[in-house]
Design a protein. Structure first.
Length: 123
């Protein structure tokens, strides 16, 4: 018997939907449960957005995360920016990002520029 899904009010409803989604997650367009799978994916995502908000990392942490994602080292950023000492200072919170760095690192690391212009504390 199919359940009539709607927005979840609590974790138990979320868990039920997740269990059902796991059962039908490989349904393809045209299959009997495909529409239910798409609805559950939407509802699960929506519940997560409303319930579990993660704080955005500060710009330097964001850069470090993306460096790890791409396998870059500080030397790779220095090649793009042109000054190894300045890149080191920035990554160690000793100097703020410059506009030029924001532009270049945004492009290199595929980070939205607005994520890099946030204020953060220097040490």
């Amino acid at each position: 018997m199919k359940k009539n899904w709607c927005l979840f009010d609590n974790e138990q409803e979320y868990d039920e939907a997740y269990t059902r989604f796991e059962q039908i997650k490989y349904e393809k367009k045209g299959d009997a449960n495909y529409r239910e799978k798409k609805l559950l994916a939407f509802l699960l995502d929506e519940y997560g957005r409303r319930t579990w908000t993660l704080e955005d990392p500060d710009p330097i942490e964001f850069i470090k995360i993306r460096m790890e994602d791409f396998g870059y080292k500080a030397a790779d950023l220095a090649r793009v920016y042109g000054d190894k000492a300045t890149v080191s200072k920035v990554l160690n919170y000793k100097q703020a990002l410059s506009l030029t760095m924001i532009r270049k690192f945004s492009k290199l690391l595929q980070i939205p520029p607005e994520a890099l212009i946030k204020e953060y504390e220097l040490q």
